[in-house]
Design a protein around this ligand. Sequence first.
Ligand code: PHE
Length: 466
Amino acid sequence: ARRTTAEPAKREEFSGQLGFILSAVGSAVGLGNIWRFPGVAYENGGGAFIVPYLVALLTAGIPILFLDYAVGHRFRGSAPLALRRVKRWLEGLGWFQVAICFAIAVYYAVIIAWALSYFVYSFGLQWGDDTAGFFTGTYLQLADVGGADPWFTLDFVPAVLIPLVLVWAATIVVLAAGVAKGLEKVNVIFMPLLLLAFGTLVVRALFLPGAVDGLDALFTPDWGAMLDPNVWIAAYSQIFFSLSIAFGIMITYASYRKRRANLTSPGFVVAFANSGFEVFAGLGVFAALGFLAHEQGVAVGELEGLTGPILAFVTFPAIVSQMPIGWLFGALFFGSLVMAGYTSLLSILQVVSASFQEKFGWTRRQAALRIGVVAGILSVTAFSTTTGLIALDTVDQWANNIGIVASAVITTVVIGWVLRRTEEMRFHLNGVSTIQVGRWWSFCIVVLGPVVLTAMLVSRIVTLIT
Ligand code: PHE
């Protein structure tokens, strides 16, 4: 019979359970944990956010993570191939996920490059006192370029172009080296290092004057928030983005596990490690914000720039500048961003690379090089110019907010309703795993998933177009 795909005969494999867990954690723990979670929790009920957050984790996050694992492991392919083996026409969904991954990679790499250059700036506190002006003006050349082309001005080359080229070069090399020898090795080194660096940072932050006010601001529960549907939507989105589910990543990673590999227990480990890191990051970030408020003599609630790029590249440098031995704190913070972000970037690009290898018979090296070069050029052109921040925001909105929710809706509806293969997936999970999943899992996939996710998707689209 003719082979339907050009898949290489022997599939790559993780060397074992630990390598898999660290790589999956490396994908999950990213910018979302460090700069997204703390601010989102703060804005959505503070301490009370933990309730919708845990509900989202247990009813959607972990169940869909397991579904991804089941599909990838049973059908042994990256997203398009594995889904095609579930049902021929599902291949399209896999390519949709590949497209989302590609789009995210293009901007994610830019942020890592910024973090890399800020890592270097930390040593001399090179951003000075006006951190907002430095970021948008000097650094990004956003302000007052007076119609001049910001390309290849003095700042652009060292601040953006060189780090970006480094990020892409490192990505290409690692992807070309393969799953066990590249991806897994990087994660096995970076994950413990990240924990060490970030752990040091959090402990330091907790001892700053004002830290307690920051923690108060983060954790004081506003129970009324639990009645607000938007808070629930925020919780589900945070879980989705943070766990890297419904992107095809976990399908792809699970396909590199040995045939008889335990799936559910490592899944719980990954999910709880990711959430644990997130809450931990909340402590560090808000303790540091408490310090900044203390220095400025304002309340934490009056500070601006509590999430996203502004938190990282404007607010944090301001904190660093006002601290004793601030450069070290800055280096730990930006170093952590680089490690957390880079391991996530590798995971999204592995999806793209594996899909092209399997579909078109490219070798690993060809795929890594071709995809890396194309995506790299796109990220240089699209995101390093004056419109960079806006482009970034747009891609982020569409890819994260709409794209993955749509992908999750389609997955659960197709598996649960159209093909009715939820039980088959559950038996697969239970056949290889030590911790068995009961009918609660099927209920989450078949009933809760589609209902909650559809509601989310509709509300998202409505907010985006109005
Ligand atoms: N999970 C990563 C984070 O929390 C983000 C990510 C999303 C990574 C999608 C890859 C793909 O930052």
